[in-house]
Design a protein. Structure first.
Lengths: 182, 182
């Protein structure tokens, strides 16, 4: 942030506003406090017959790696609607019976991943969206664990297959801290 | 948004950027696309002996109304850490055994509430923070339902007492749509 988006002034400082307890960008001209907050990445594991549908990314970052269909939640939608939209966009599928699966924080990059489980309508009821190179259903033994794009996806996949073996779904909370912390 | 925060230009338009499918503020001078996304409000129902600790707000909006301790999630923290921070700030308490309770979307105002349950350390182990007028433990029959600040709090409180009667906690997903929708 170089300029105040309210008044256009370059007189920005990074300081603790009066009555606050953490630093924000504050405009020295008009006084506007500019808050930034974590973003939600919402997604869904589309399921069929105990297998999970993954998409291989055709975009950066992590081009060519496999991922749970997911992306930034947009204004004007619910978390679940965002997850279903990402499934439509990335693997051209619709899912039903949506249930919450994981809540995963990445505090060092100000992101929160929220993944659901959802049922596909058939074993071939999907396609390949613009941001994907390929889409495929994976049983646990076939998952390319070394080629998964993000730790949030690895976390959700591991928990899904564990729950499946136990025969009991539950909601899992996780986090990734940068190397060296905790 | 009146000015580009990157270059200071006033040449902003609200349009669909190339390769995107929804309108964003785009700078006609430097080309920066300004994304805005929903914010997370994180909070916790502090529990003791089947009762819930609520705080009466000393700030706008909803001054004087009762609320589940909660507030905007900040950069650099996990969702759970944010919830515990809000409990410390608003009712000067610490909670243990944090578990996820509700995920509640308000798409018309671009907010997602995430509420946890947590255990207080004793029936009097709390205080009154700067943003509160008062804090009090409520059994279901004592909750001032007409004086609850936000629907997200009403949703979380109703689900908590229902689960308590069933003897089974679960995670609940909800949403508030503006009047007239669905």
């Amino acid at each position: 942030m170089n300029f105040c988006s309210q008044c256009g002034s370059a007189a920005l400082s990074f300081e603790v506003p009066r009555g606050d307890n953490r630093s924000r960008y504050v405009c020295g001209h008009c006084g506007t406090v500019h808050y930034t907050n974590p973003k939600i990445v919402t997604g869904c594991l589309p399921l069929w017959d105990g297998k999970v549908l993954l998409a291989r990314r055709s975009i950066a970052p992590r081009y060519g790696f496999w991922n749970v269909p997911s992306g930034y939640m947009e204004n004007g939608e619910t978390v679940e609607e965002g997850a279903c939209r990402e499934v439509r966009e990335e693997v051209e599928a619709s899912v039903t019976n949506i249930r919450l699966h994981t809540l995963y924080s990445l505090p060092h990059i100000n992101q929160v991943y929220i993944h659901f489980l959802g049922d596909l309508k058939g074993p071939g009821a999907f396609g390949v969206g613009e941001e994907s190179l390929e889409a495929r259903l994976f049983a646990e033994e076939d998952v390319p664990w070394e080629e998964i794009a993000f730790t949030s996806s690895t976390f959700s996949l591991r928990r899904f297959f564990e729950d499946q073996k136990k025969g009991q779904a539950q909601v899992h909370i996780g986090q990734l801290l940068p190397p060296g912390q905790k």
